[in-house]
Design a binder for this molecule. Structure first.
Ligand SMILES: *[C@@H]1O[C@H](CO)[C@@H](O)[C@H](O)[C@H]1NC(C)=O
Ligand SMILES: *[C@@H]1O[C@H](CO)[C@@H](O)[C@H](O)[C@H]1NC(C)=O
Ligand SMILES: *[C@@H]1O[C@H](CO)[C@@H](O)[C@H](O)[C@H]1NC(C)=O
Ligand SMILES: *[C@@H]1O[C@H](CO)[C@@H](O)[C@H](O)[C@H]1NC(C)=O
Ligand SMILES: *[C@@H]1O[C@H](CO)[C@@H](O)[C@H](O)[C@H]1NC(C)=O
Length: 370
C-alpha cells in the first residue's frame, strides 16, 4: 500500500512537470492571499521568511504565515488546478557555504524540511542562494557543495513526491562558475532563472539601464552584451540544462534612478543614485498622463523606460508590451515555463484601470496560449 501511494505521488509529479509552469514569487501579505485570483499561477514560492541555517536546522515561518500560504491550495476544490506551494529558503552566503560543507547537516535539513512540508500541506522547497562560488563572501567549495545539496534533498524528497526547485543567476558570468548543470538536471524539478537586476546602480557603475532587457542593444560590447535575458537563457542551454526545466524568469517590478542631468536620459546615462518610490506597476502605469513624463520603448531590450527631465527621474519599467515580448520569447524557445518576481509589485488592486495582476496574467496567457 505504501509503495503504491509513493508511486502514485511520483506519477503526479511527472504529469505536473509537463504542464506549462507559471511560477510566482510572493511575500507574506504582499499581496494578501485573498487578492490572488484562483488559477493565476501554477506554482507559488513564498519568499523571505525561511532563512538558511548552517547547522542544518529547518527554520519555517510561523503558523500564521503558513496557514495563510496553505490557503492558496486549500481553497481550490478541483485537484487538477491546485497550485504547487513552495517555501523559498534564503540567506547569507556564509550560511549556505557552511551548510554544504557537512553532509550530515544537509541530510538533517532535508529530512526536517520533508517532515515539515508534509505536515503542513506544502509541496516542496525552492533554494535561493545568491550565488554559489561567485560572490565575494562565497567559498571555493560552493560549486561542488550546491550540487551535493540538491542531490541529498532530491534523495530525501523524491520518494515522498516532494519538489525541489532553485532560483539561479541571470548574468552568464555567474552562471558559468556557479552551477553544475548535470546536477540541476538530475536533482532539481525546476530551475528559475532570475532574468532581472541586469543593471543595478552602484557608485562604481553610476548609470541608468534596463532592469530586464530581452536582447542586447547594438551599442553594447563585451560583457555588457551578455547582460540580458536571451544571453542568460542561452548560457544555461549551452551548458546543458534541460529546456523543460529551464523556467524563464521575468520581473514585474521597476527600478528607478536619479539622473545626474535631466536632459541626458538614453540608456547608460549617468545617474546619481536610486529611489524605491516607483517599484510597483500601479505606481507608474499612469505617469505619462502627468506633466513632464515620457515613455520610450526600446526594441532590442523589448522594454521601456519613463523619464522626467525636470524631476531628474528615470525608471526602467515593465509593461504589458515588455512581459508579452518575454513570454512570447520563452514560448518560442520551448522552455518549461515562466517565473514572475514578484506578485506584490504587479497592479494588485487593478488601479491601472485594466484588471488585477495585469502583467502576471498577460505573461501567463501569452506563454500558455490560454
Ligand atoms: C546562519 O546560521 C546560524 C547558525 O545556525 C544562525 O544562527 C543564523 O541565524 C543564520 N543567519 C541568518 C542571517 O539567517
Ligand atoms: C508571524 O510572522 C509574521 C511575518 O514575519 C509576522 O508579521 C507575525 O506577527 C508573526 N505572527 C506571530 C503570531 O508570531
Ligand atoms: C482531491 O484529492 C483529495 C486528496 O488526495 C481526495 O481526498 C479528494 O477526493 C480529491 N477530490 C476530487 C474531487 O477528486
Ligand atoms: C556534476 O554533477 C554530477 C552529478 O552529481 C557529477 O557526477 C559530476 O561529477 C559533477 N561535475 C563536476 C565538474 O563537479
Ligand atoms: C489610470 O488610468 C486609467 C485609465 O484612464 C484609470 O481608469 C485609472 O483610474 C487610473 N489609475 C490611477 C491609479 O490613476
Amino acid at each position: 500500500m505504501l509503495l503504491r501511494l509513493v508511486t502514485f505521488a511520483g506519477l503526479l509529479q511527472i504529469a505536473r512537470s509537463a504542464d506549462p509552469v507559471v511560477a510566482c514569487y510572493t511575500e507574506y501579505l504582499h499581496p494578501p492571499t485573498g487578492s490572488i485570483p484562483p488559477g493565476l499561477c501554477t506554482h507559488y514560492q513564498l519568499i523571505g521568511l525561511s532563512p538558511v541555517d548552517w547547522l542544518g536546522n529547518f527554520v519555517p515561518p510561523n503558523d500564521t504565515v503558513i496557514r495563510e500560504f496553505a490557503s492558496l491550495r486549500l481553497r481550490e476544490n478541483d485537484n487538477r488546478t491546485k497550485p504547487v506551494l513552495l517555501l523559498c529558503i534564503t540567506g547569507p552566503n556564509p550560511n549556505w557555504s557552511r551548510l554544504v560543507s557537512f553532509e550530515g547537516n544537509m541530510r538533517k535539513f532535508a529530512t526536517a524540511a520533508a517532515a515539515y512540508l508534509t505536515d503542513n500541506g506544502l509541496q516542496g522547497i525552492d533554494l535561493d542562494w545568491e550565488f554559489p562560488y561567485w560572490s565575494s563572501d562565497a567559498s571555493v567549495w560552493d560549486y561542488e557543495g550546491f550540487a551535493k545539496l540538491i542531490e541529498i534533498i532530491h534523495e530525501v524528497f523524491s520518494p515522498q513526491g516532494l519538489m525541489l526547485t532553485a532560483a539561479v543567476s541571470g548574468p552568464p558570468t555567474i552562471t558559468r562558475v556557479a552551477y553544475n548543470m548535470t546536477a540541476l538536471n538530475n536533482f532539481a524539478d525546476l530551475v528559475f532563472v532570475m532574468n532581472y537586476d541586469f543593471h543595478v546602480w552602484t557608485p562604481s557603475a553610476p548609470f541608468v539601464g534596463f532592469n530586464a532587457p530581452l536582447h542586447a542593444m547594438p551599442t553594447e560590447a563585451t560583457e555588457l552584451r551578455e547582460m540580458n535575458s536571451e544571453a542568460s537563457m542561452r548560457k544555461y542551454i549551452k551548458l546543458g540544462l534541460d529546456r523543460k526545466k529551464a523556467i524563464f524568469g521575468m520581473p514585474v517590478y521597476n527600478l528607478a534612478y536619479i539622473l545626474a542631468n535631466g536632459n541626458f536620459h538614453l540608456p547608460y546615462a549617468v545617474a546619481d543614485g536610486i529611489t524605491y518610490d516607483y517599484t510597483s506597476h500601479d505606481l507608474v502605469c499612469n505617469l505619462t498622463s502627468s506633466p513632464g513624463w515620457n515613455r520610450v520603448w526600446n526594441k532590442y531590450a523589448a522594454s521601456s523606460y519613463l523619464y522626467n527631465s525636470d524631476k531628474k527621474l528615470w525608471i526602467s519599467e515593465e509593461t504589458e508590451s515588455s512581459v508579452r515580448a518575454k513570454a512570447e520569447y520563452a514560448r518560442d524557445q520551448d522552455f518549461g515555463g515562466i517565473m514572475i518576481f514578484s506578485l506584490g509589485t504587479d497592479d494588485v488592486d487593478g488601479g491601472c484601470g485594466n484588471k488585477v495582476f495585469p502583467l502576471t496574467s498577460l505573461a501567463a496567457k501569452t506563454f500558455r496560449g490560454y
